[in-house]
Design a protein around this ligand. Sequence first.
Ligand code: HEC
Length: 204
Amino acid sequence: MAIFTLRTTLIATIFALSTAASSAVTLDDVVDDDGIPQLPENFRSWEFLGAFSGLAADKNGSHEMHTVYASPGTVEYYQQNNAYPDAAVLVKEVLETDTENLTTGRISYATKTKGWFVWIKDSKGRFPESKLWGDGWGWAFYAAGDKPKLQTTDYKTDCLGCHVPAKDTDYSYVRGYPVLEIEPMSGGQNKSADNKEASESPRE
Ligand code: HEC
């Protein structure tokens, strides 16, 4: 009887642990044995940070939409610490668009995926030899196709230059993510405007 109870407890514990683990993203889930950042399968169900719309002069609308997601827990951590947590994973999905006159006006909306930019926060310099890691991040771009295809060979030439303008905010274009600093229920009031201490932070 005692053994039976112990076994039941163990099974229940293991089950509880494995369900808890399934919602958290670990580095092993997103980095392979060679240290290559992988494209996470379920990122669309993660936290939504924001969207960028690239305008096309000839279409009177957007020619591209960029939607950015972060692994669970990133938003809350950022709101509290004004920084991304170590091992946070960000995915920027690049999509084609259509533009139409809808009842709301002339509207562009996302359609087919072109590719994915994957970013993994690395505060510890885990892969000093890798050309896909450095400046606090793991960097990779996957082109869409039959199978996502890694296109990045060296983040310094493939990525970094374009992110230098956002260096003060850890190379991230946080200006497009009101969720990281604005509490919508307070009427869109900017937290850092109320809080003088926060204005010392790199985001200002
Ligand atoms: C041509 C310039 C350019 C290149 C090259 C580029 N990026 Fe970006 N990236 C941007 C800009 C600008 C944004 C934000 C606005 C947008 O998406 O248009 C951005 C946004 C991102 C985001 C969303 C998170 C954030 O706030 O920055 C990720 C993730 C990202 N890039 C990863 C990468 C990776 C990985 C590479 C290299 C494989 C790369 N980028 C190469 C310009 C670039």
